[in-house]
Design a protein around this ligand. Structure first.
Ligand code: GDP
Length: 298
């Protein structure tokens, strides 16, 4: 259970170390806070969350009479963990049968991989899963999802060239008829700027609700942790179109600038159900604010 934390740490080290070096001096002064501001911005923390963290840090440093930079660093870890804590949430299935989970994201974010990982996670927990390939544009996408389905030994529905909303509808109906615990609906990757495709997503969501009132029960956005400040724009756009219930943030084992989670927590606090920390099926972890903030500042 510690392997992923090491990978997360090595992924965050590049930016994390630049935050840590701010605290290697001996004085707490304006220069320290200025350097910290720069380091946080470089880690994609965003202007608002950076401002919040700095104000919070100065207040705490004064209140607790911090006398050296190491103490300020510990206070930063604390403030960051508090900011991130609202993002901690467990994905619960079982309240509905099937629990319908719709998944969206831009191309290359790691959506297909994350669906494979999520399928394994759910199957390991004893749930029966039906996969819906509502990405009807790319034959390759369906094939790729099929590979994950085979690996996880779960059924998959959806044919190439069909209407994605119809695939979603059929999948939910099939999930009900077959008594599945979960129906996972994959959708084609798209950019928030492709308005007609964003509207299509909203339509898939609506039509799924016609197959089963109350569905989808979860609407997840898969977000590449390396997207930088654009990540926040993506979260806003997909949330506006789909009313997201959760995020999966991928590739945090790479060169991620983990501060983006602080920016999300500050401006659009949507729960992070999982983080992706590698390319393998088991490289999916639940998000823990304290562990994450410590990994970032290590
Ligand atoms: P999609 O276009 O959103 O479906 O993206 P894919 O699932 O095809 O993933 C794109 C690339 O990112 C692939 O090479 C994946 O192996 C890789 N990938 C996905 N998630 C992770 C992750 O958490 N860590 C790493 N290192 N790579 C990932």
């Amino acid at each position: 259970r510690t392997g992923w934390l090491l990978r997360l740490k090595s992924g965050l080290r590049k930016t994390g170390s630049s935050i840590s070096t701010v605290f290697t001096g001996t004085q707490i002064d304006d220069a320290l806070y200025e350097e910290l501001e720069t380091a946080l911005l470089l880690a994609d923390t965003g202007v608002k969350a950076t401002g919040h963290l700095l104000a919070e840090l100065k207040r705490r440093a004064k209140e607790r009479r911090a006398t050296d930079p190491a103490a300020v660093k510990a206070l930063l870890a604390e403030a960051l963990a508090e900011l991130l804590r609202p993002l901690e949430k467990t994905l619960v299935i079982g309240a509905h049968r099937p629990t319908v989970i719709m998944v969206a994201g831009v191309n290359g974010a790691g959506k297909t991989t994350s669906i494979g990982k999520l399928t394994k996670h759910l199957a390991d927990a004893g749930a029966t899963v039906l996969l819906a390939a509502a990405d009807t544009f790319r034959a390759a996408a369906r094939e790729q999802l099929g590979v994950w389905a085979d690996r996880n030994m779960v059924e998959i529905v959806g044919q190439e060239g069909g209407d994605p909303a119809a695939v979603g509808f059929d999948a939910v109906s099939a999930g009900k008829a077959r008594g599945k615990d979960v129906v996972l609906v994959d959708t084609a990757g798209r950019l928030p700027t492709q308005l007609h495709l964003m509207q299509e997503l909203a339509k898939i969501r609506r039509v799924i609700g016609k197959a089963d009132a109350g569905a989808p029960h979860e609407v997840l956005l898969v977000l590449d942790g390396n997207t930088g400040q654009n990540a926040l724009a993506q979260v806003r756009a997909f949330d506006d179109a789909l009313q997201l219930t959760g995020l999966i943030v991928t590739k945090l084992d790479g060169t991620a600038k983990g501060g983006v989670l602080a920016a999300i927590a500050q401006e659009r606090p949507i729960p992070v159900y999982f983080i992706g920390v590698g390319e393998k099926l088991e490289d999916l972890e639940t998000f823990n604010a304290r562990e994450f903030s410590q990994a970032l500042l290590d």
